[in-house]
Design a protein around this ligand. Structure first.
Ligand code: NAP
Length: 394
């Protein structure tokens, strides 16, 4: 008998936890459970569809699913198909890797759809998440406020600013790509509540904003006089200094020199949202849509003996995909050590019928074949019935 571990959440932190468990003890039997019929979590639904290099990590995750004692259990929702108590009773350990998928709120008057969209909902729409098939109506949107100064804000601004040609090799869902291409967009305002010396952008992502075909990035040189806080560790100071250097380049650009202008605005906190305008502490900005990129929260999950958490569910919504590798591996080692001191439980296979790895491979094959016909990495299936039907086909 060997120990059985359930990992709830088939995103990066869940897969890295499985990888860490197998490194610690190759004998373990691991079930990676997800409420969606597709694995990869944030890599599929959250990473920007034009960042295919980042999405390539999914291939490593799929290799794990080829291991004999690793199973994917998709379309299986804890709380609906199995209770947390049943899960804990059936498995020797449970690892919660559910991430954080609820948009944080600004908490200002007027904050509601259709005037304000959260970045999770917005990016999930672009990425074909079956629960977010409806995006904002962009047909009359000329000016957008992107609120926040992290890499998600840059993703959102870039995805709006890129031309259809620049998105052609991405796996953005065609309806969303068409809506963006048809929108009469002229101005995107990326808004930070603090100065640029505090922004959490990283250099590669900010630099990309200076190389867009149909958009020019601009900022006010007067905002760039600050210095990264001396108390920051050296890598942080270097990252922020690099940001300031890139922004200085943007300050020399001419607004309106390309069809879309991306304005980086700092020291401006949202106060209220009204149709056609966003009130900031610095004044009123005419905008047709605001997209908040200010972080995420998650659903609470039961804790207790034998339950461990990894990734954003454990640490909160910060850190890139590689950050989760080290984090999940460390927790996996703890889990493996903890299991060593316990006898394996016995009992029947706890998994109800669900989408297994073969089902996911069928979805994957259908999507990549549809993509190949258009010279794109994939065209996603975005509807629950279609996903389940393709997964079931033999
Ligand atoms: P983030 O880096 O924590 O940025 C959140 C931003 O929201 C901050 O600028 C924060 O400002 C601002 N904010 C929070 N509350 C606000 C409010 N009430 N009003 C106005 N602004 C507010 O988080 P993220 O952009 O969501 O990214 C999450 C993680 O994923 C990060 O580690 C990021 O690097 C990573 N990521 C990486 C990539 C990539 O590598 N390409 C892409 C996407 C995401 P303050 O600083 O003032 O709090």
């Amino acid at each position: 008998m060997t120990h059985r571990v359930a990992i709830v959440g088939a995103g990066p932190s869940g897969f890295y936890a499985a990888d860490g468990l197998l490194r610690a003890n190759p004998e373990l039997r691991i079930d990676i459970i997800d409420r969606l019929p597709t694995p990869h979590g944030l890599v599929r639904a959250g990473v920007a569809p034009d960042h295919q290099g980042t999405k390539a990590v999914a291939r490593q995750f799929d290799r794990l699913l080829a291991q004999p004692d690793v199973r994917f259990a998709g379309n299986l929702e804890i709380g609906r198909d199995l209770t947390w108590d049943e899960l804990r009773a059936a498995y020797d350990a449970v690892i919660v890797a559910t991430g954080m998928v609820i948009d944080r709120k600004l908490g200002v008057p007027g904050e509601a759809e259709p005037l304000v969209w959260g970045s999770w909902r917005f990016v999930a729409w672009l990425n074909g998440h079956p629960d977010f098939r409806q995006g904002p109506d962009l047909s009359a949107v000329r000016r957008v406020a992107v609120i926040g100064n992290g890499n998600v804000a840059l993703d959102v601004a870039r995805l709006l600013a890129k031309s259809a040609e620049e998105m052609a090799k991405s796996d953005i869902v065609p309806a969303a790509a068409a809506a963006i291409a048809a929108a009469p967009l002229t101005d995107i305002h990326v808004i930070g509540r603090r100065g640029p010396e505090h922004a959490s952008f990283t250099g590669n992502e900010l630099g990309e904003m200076g190389r867009l075909a149909r958009a020019v990035s601009v900022t006010d040189a007067a905002a760039l006089g600050g210095q990264p806080p001396a108390s920051d560790p050296t890598p942080e100071r270097l990252r922020k200094a690099k940001n300031l250097e890139i922004l200085k380049g943007f300050a020399g650009n001419t607004p309106g020199s390309k069809p879309v202008t991306v304005h980086f605005r700092f020291n401006a906190a949202p106060v209220a949202v009204r149709p056609g305008e966003l009130e900031l502490t610095t004044g009123v900005l005419p905008v047709d849509l605001s997209i908040t990129c200010i972080g995420y929260t998650g659903e609470p999950f039961p804790t207790g003996e034998g339950v461990f958490a990894v990734g954003w569910a454990r640490r909160g919504p910060s850190g890139t995909i590689p950050t989760n590798r080290g984090d999940s591996h460390a927790v996996a080692q703890q889990v493996a050590a903890w299991l060593k001191q316990r006898d394996p439980k016995s009992g029947p296979d706890p998994l109800p019928p669900c989408v297994n790895a073969a089902g996911w491979h069928r979805i994957n094959k259908a999507e990549t074949a549809a993509g190949a016909a258009q010279g794109r990495p994939r065209v996603k299936l975005t509807e629950w019935p279609a996903l389940l039907e393709v997964a079931r086909e033999s």
